[in-house]
Write a protein that binds this ligand. Structure first.
Ligand SMILES: Cc1ncc(COP(=O)(O)O)c(C=O)c1O
Length: 382
């Protein structure tokens, strides 16, 4: 049995070079060496976000980025439309309420994407909405929303369209400028392929204009101050030097291969997971499966919590289970990070072994050979 495999929807497996960089001796953030790295990273982040606007680095987890968008863009008392299709949608709606937003929740059934025409109707009958919040992928249900269609609708209103792209940016095509997204956040432990600890936020021009007059108090998450510091070649607070050095490597690698190829690699892993699970008799939980994470329904009669634990303890494969109403019912397999074909084959093989231990009728050796054949038949484009 080879080593442990981590195919969670974040944190993700790290590139061996990233692991080495993280172990380098520390350098100070006020040095010419770090200045050059920061300048390069801030530039390359723009391509990663598909934007001409500045992308800011925050030393916080992704939720800090979601909070930063709110404290810079939401005035107390303003009306907010929150698309809630799972745990992270709930979190952002709750956060907006904490900051005084009058939040209307557009609830979607778990596993279903929002219908853009419902959002359009809601905005037409509620012209006072100032902010629309959504996830790009709702990680708790592995469901992708149609961000392009939603952005098109919201950009024709006075509302700002804020997108939690924590399990989307860098995993698949999200076009900040072309689609007219006003605020976008990404997290380091997802498609950015680093450990947890950084997030990235980007505002459109109309969002910056609102940030300048937004009355909500803020200090650590004051994006204008961060931007001012970046324009002097610095970060506002101490820079997360080790993470940013590793980020420099990741962004350089992606820019060498190009975003399209990078997305195609992730799509191939998602396609593989969907194809193999169908062959194993496992159906998909989501009606709009994302390319960053796939949720598989646990077969009827099996306890998904025990199955996940067994897969981890006996076979050293870590995937995630479901939360709340999906607890014990789904397994969520991530497609982001440093993933080689043998990780994919081993994950499906060991999942089959674990299912067999739970008396599910499956032939693990056959799953292994089907996995290998699928990957050979769908090679990565060079
Ligand atoms: C879509 C989405 N939003 C927000 C978060 C929260 O990010 P963090 O745990 O980094 O604060 C996550 C984390 O899994 C996520 O997947």
């Amino acid at each position: 049995m080879s080593n442990a495999i981590l195919l969670a929807p974040g944190p993700v497996q790290l590139h061996p070079e990233v692991q080495k960089i993280l172990a380098h001796p520390m350098i100070h953030h006020r040095t010419p060496e770090f200045d050059a790295i920061l300048a390069r990273v801030l530039l390359n982040l723009k391509s990663f976000f598909q934007t001409k606007m500045p992308v800011l680095i925050q030393t916080s987890t992704g939720s800090g980025g979601m909070e930063a968008l709110l404290v810079n863009l939401l005035n107390p008392g303003e009306e907010v439309l929150a698309i809630v299709s799972g745990k992270f949608g709930e979190r952002w709606a709750d956060m907006a309420e904490v900051y005084g937003g009058r939040v209307h929740r557009l609830n979607c059934d778990w596993g279903k994407p929002v219908d853009p025409s419902e959002v359009k109707k809601f905005l037409q009958s509620n012209p006072n909405i100032k902010i629309v919040l959504t996830q790009a992928t709702e990680t708790s249900t592995a469901t992708g929303h149609d961000i392009k269609a939603l952005a098109d609708i919201v950009s024709k209103t006075d509302a700002l369209f804020l997108v939690d792209g924590i399990t989307a940016v860098g995993a698949y095509d999200i076009r900040m400028d072309e689609w007219k997204i006003d605020g976008l956040v990404a997290g380091s432990q997802k498609a950015v392929m680093l450990p947890t600890g950084l997030c990235f936020v980007c505002l459109s021009e109309r969002a910056w204009a609102k940030a300048k007059v937004c009355k909500t108090p803020r200090f650590y998450f004051d994006l204008q101050k961060e931007l001012n510091a970046n324009q002097k070649g610095e970060t506002y607070f101490s820079s997360a030097v080790a993470h940013i050095k590793a980020l420099d490597f990741v962004l350089n690698e992606i820019s060498k291969s190009g975003l399209e190829k990078h997305f195609a690699e992730q799509r191939r892993r998602a396609d593989f997971t969907r194809a193999l699970s169908a062959q194993m008799g496992l159906s998909l939980y989501s009606a709009s499966p994302s390319d960053s994470v796939t949720a598989l329904n646990v077969p009827e009669g099996l306890d998904g919590v025990k199955l996940r634990e067994h897969l981890e303890k006996k076979y050293q494969v870590t995937v995630m289970g479901g939360q709340d109403q999906a607890k014990g019912k789904i397994l969520r397999i991530g497609h982001m990070g440093y993933i080689l074909d043998h990780h994919l084959i081993e994950t499906m093989y060991r999942l089959a072994l674990a299912l067999k231990d739970f008396s599910y009728n499956i032939d693990p050796e056959k799953v292994r050979s089907l996995s290998t054949s699928w990957l050979e038949a769908h090679p990565l484009e060079q």
